[in-house]
Design a protein around this ligand. Structure first.
Ligand code: FPP
Length: 249
């Protein structure tokens, strides 16, 4: 029985989020520049998106560039932006052929003009696709997103559209960049680091975390299947006790 066949299709996570880590180390281990690791990471992005769409995952969110990544050497930031533009440009047709919609979360205004233009074009081209949403987190961090959300809510209060007593968890969720998306049931991080690193911090309150020592450029379809199988063996209790969960099944 292949790993793919071991997946219980009725218990798939609808939304998987991934912190793609280890590109730099992967390249360094091969005596290459860090950018080479990012380039190879694009192959893993393609494989993972294809595998997720094939098995029926509805949302795949990838942490492609964090707010903090702007602090990297300018040459690496430039190379990453160039790679993003190139990849988005090259992959738009494949996304459409596979009925995948491209979306983005993050401070898109901080991206350079060319990158933003390419991204918006690809999002428009794929807007009516329905099989899966591929969401790129670009210039994104959870704290940035929460700060922007609280500012937006405060402005609504100031202009009299919103009563502070009506601010609920649902209102906050509906004002995040991820409004309309389900919370991720599974968050994968590669490269052996066991941190969330400011990714989807509100949305991952009850997310199952999966850490693998594989470096991102080595991540393949089988690795995604393994993570899903591991997730399917867990009991998600959301604060309740095991018996309550079993009696609801
Ligand atoms: C983390 O590895 C990876 C990134 C900051 C960038 C991820 C980008 C890609 C995989 C390429 C482009 C993606 C898309 C969606 C087109 P790291 O550099 O922090 O690795 P290290 O921890 O080994 O230094």
């Amino acid at each position: 029985m292949s790993l793919k066949d071991k997946i219980d299709i009725k218990n798939l996570p609808q939304h998987i989020a991934i912190i793609m880590d280890g590109n730099g180390r992967w390249a360094k281990m091969r005596g290459k520049h860090r950018v080479f690791g990012h380039e190879q990471g694009v192959i893993s992005v393609r494989e993972t998106a294809e595998a997720a769409a094939e098995i029926g995952v509805k949302f795949l969110t990838l942490y492609a560039f964090s707010t903090e990544n702007w602090k990297r050497p300018a040459t690496e930031v430039e190379a990453l932006m160039k790679l993003l533009v190139q990849t988005i440009h090259q992959e738009t047709k494949t996304l459409t052929d596979n009925d995948i919609r491209l979306k983005a979360i993050g401070d898109l205004d901080s991206l350079d003009e060319n990158c933003r233009k390419e991204l918006i074009e690809a999002m428009n081209t794929t807007a009516s696709n329905k099989r899966m949403d591929l969401v790129l987190a670009l210039s994104y961090s959870g704290r940035w997103e929460l700060t922007e959300t609280f500012k937006a809510l405060a402005n609504k209060v100031r202009s009299g559209i919103l009563n502070p007593d009506d601010i609920t968890q649902e209102v906050i969720s509906n004002n995040l960049n991820t409004a309309g998306m389900p919370e991720p049931e599974l968050l994968i991080r590669t490269s052996g680091e066991c941190r969330i690193s400011n990714f989807l911090i509100w949305q991952s309150a009850y997310t199952e975390l999966y850490f693998t020592s594989k470096l991102w450029p080595d991540f393949r379809k089988e690795d995604l299947y393994e993570a899903i199988i591991d997730y399917q063996q867990r009991e998600r209790r959301f604060g309740k006790v095991s018996e309550q969960i079993k009696s609801c099944r």
